[in-house]
Design a protein around this ligand. Structure first.
Ligand code: SAM
Length: 252
C-alpha cells in the first residue's frame, strides 16, 4: 500500500473526496475535547502510549463498542498529527494501536491555569460562535490614548477597510513623529496556497467575513491601509506560528 503510486487524476479525485467529508474532523476534535482525551493521555505521563481500552477505562461509559469507536476517533486525530500511533501485533493475531500526544496535540492540554487551544476551538466553533467583545473603557473609533508606540493585536481583522482607516487615523494622531504602530495579525497570501498557514488563515477569513464585519488581509492590503492613512513607512517584521508583526511608522 505504502509504495502504491498515485496517478495525478487519482490524487485529485482523492482530494475532492476528502473535501466532501472535511466536516468530520472538526466534529471529531470537539468530541475528543469533550471526552477529555488529550488530558487523559497527558496524565499518563510524558511519552505514554495508551490503547483505546486504556482510555475507555477512564471514561464513564457502559457502551461495549466504545473501544472500537474511540479507536476510529483516535486514528483520525493521528492522521491530522495531533496524536502519534504505534501499532503492535497481538498474540491472537490481531493488531493493537496505542496513541500518544503529538507535539500539536499538546496544545490541547490545559496549562497550570487550565488554558489550552480547547477554549479557542470553542470560540471558533461554527454553531456556537459568538464573538463576545469584552467591555472596553475607551472607544478606539473615537480616540486612541497617546503613546510612543501603539500595539493593535488581532484588531484590524475584525473590521472593514473603512473602520480600519478610522482606527488607524486615530492611532496616527496619537503617535509622535517617528512613533510606531505595531500590528499583529495574520497575512493572507496573494494567491491561494495549500500550506498549513494558508489553510488556517483562509478559514479564519471566512469566519471574519461571515460572523463579523472584518476580513483577513494580504500584505499589499495592509500596506494600502497604511499609505491611505499617511504612514511614511510600512514593513513586515517577523512571523511566529503564522502570526505576523507589522510596523507602521508615522514619519521617517
Ligand atoms: C479580537 S479581540 C482582541 C483582543 C486582544 N488584543 C487579544 O489579542 O486577545 C478584539 C478586542 O477589541 C475590543 N474592542 C471592540 N470594539 C472596540 C472599540 N470600539 N474600542 C475599544 N476596544 C474595542 C474588544 O473589547 C475586544 O477585546
Amino acid at each position: 500500500m505504502e509504495n502504491y503510486k498515485h496517478g495525478e487524476d487519482e490524487e485529485a479525485g482523492a482530494l475532492a473526496l476528502a473535501a466532501c467529508v472535511s466536516h468530520i474532523f472538526p466534529m471529531a476534535l470537539d468530541a475528543a475535547i469533550q471526552l477529555d482525551l488529550f488530558e487523559i493521555i497527558a496524565r499518563a505521563g510524558v511519552g505514554a502510549l495508551l490503547s483505546p481500552s486504556d482510555i475507555v477505562s477512564q471514561l464513564s461509559t457502559s457502551n461495549e463498542g466504545a473501544g472500537a469507536v474511540l479507536d476510529s476517533l483516535l486514528r483520525l486525530l493521528a492522521t491530522h498529527s495531533l496524536l502519534t500511533c504505534s501499532v503492535s501485533r497481538l498474540e491472537n493475531g490481531g493488531t493493537e494501536r496505542r496513541y500518544g500526544l503529538a507535539p500539536a496535540g499538546k496544545f490541547f492540554v490545559g496549562d497550570e491555569n487550565g488554558v489550552s487551544f480547547a477554549q479557542f476551538r470553542a470560540l471558533t466553533s461554527w454553531g456556537e460562535m459568538q464573538f463576545r467583545h469584552r467591555a472596553y473603557w475607551w472607544d478606539m473609533f473615537v480616540e486612541v490614548p497617546k503613546g510612543d508606540a501603539i500595539l493593535l493585536k488581532f484588531i484590524l481583522h475584525n473590521w472593514s477597510d473603512e473602520k480600519c482607516i478610522k482606527l488607524l487615523k486615530n492611532c496616527y494622531e496619537a503617535l509622535p513623529n517617528k512613533g510606531k504602530l505595531i500590528v499583529m495579525d495574520y497575512i493572507l497570501p496573494n494567491s491561494p496556497q495549500t500550506d498549513i498557514h494558508a489553510k488556517y488563515v483562509t478559514k479564519l477569513d471566512v469566519i471574519m467575513s461571515t460572523k463579523l464585519e472584518g476580513k483577513e488581509r494580504t500584505k499589499d492590503e495592509f500596506e494600502t491601509l497604511a499609505t491611505k492613512v499617511g504612514f511614511a513607512e510600512f514593513k513586515v517584521v517577523c512571523c511566529v506560528y503564522g502570526m505576523w508583526i507589522m510596523e507602521f511608522i508615522k514619519s521617517i
